[in-house]
Ligand binder design. Sequence first.
Ligand code: F6R
Length: 238
Amino acid sequence: MEIRSHADNDALSQAAARLFQVQLTANPGLVVGLPTGGTPLGFYRQVVERQLDLSHSTAFNLDEYVGLSPDHPQSYASYMRENLLRHLPVGAWHIPNGQAADLEAECQRYEAAISAAGGLDLVFLGIGHNGHIGFNEPGTPLDARTRVVRLTETTRAANARFFPSPAEVPTQAISMGIKTILSARQVVLLASGRGKAEALLAAVTGPVTPAVPASALQTHPNVVVLVDAAAARLLPVA
Ligand code: F6R
């Protein structure tokens, strides 16, 4: 794991967008995994500001809530339209269908679509307060592929800020599994803010354990961790 420290979310977002730009220049047909949530908002702003050329690339979102229609304002499909897709053409864009009649079949379809695209070249991740990546909550087997997951109360509480009321946060999601994420050729983890410090510390210095899903990234040969000073406050100084 290569840890790169930045002053704040703005600097971290710029670094992430630069890294994305370099990879897109080398391979315009990049297959990329994309996160949602608060952390990458600045990253998407930078991607749009720099008008990165995603017109030949294929994007797969990490996750989507079960039960929300793509038009629901809090769906991750809406998030992506609002923060990226309405600003920039993307060659092909995929997100799990959280309203599929057969959710198991939808997970298999999603995983197959990633394989059919040639696998993920690059995946950007955020990290949950509990160390989750995607919606792989603590206890997730490290060899899991895309599947339906039950959100922990910690995660539902953390995401309640995006919903009119906490009760409206869905209880389930479809998420790429840890094995799906680890199959990417490069992984870029974005960790920003004081609230992520404990999870980040455990992920990068603790044992590799299902109790801290992000710790599985230690087993990947090409991981870049972009941190801001607030998230890095507990990390040993190099
Ligand atoms: C969202 C996702 C999650 C978030 C994580 C951090 O697509 O996969 O793992 O990255 O919950 O969310 P924020 O950035 O809102 O703190």
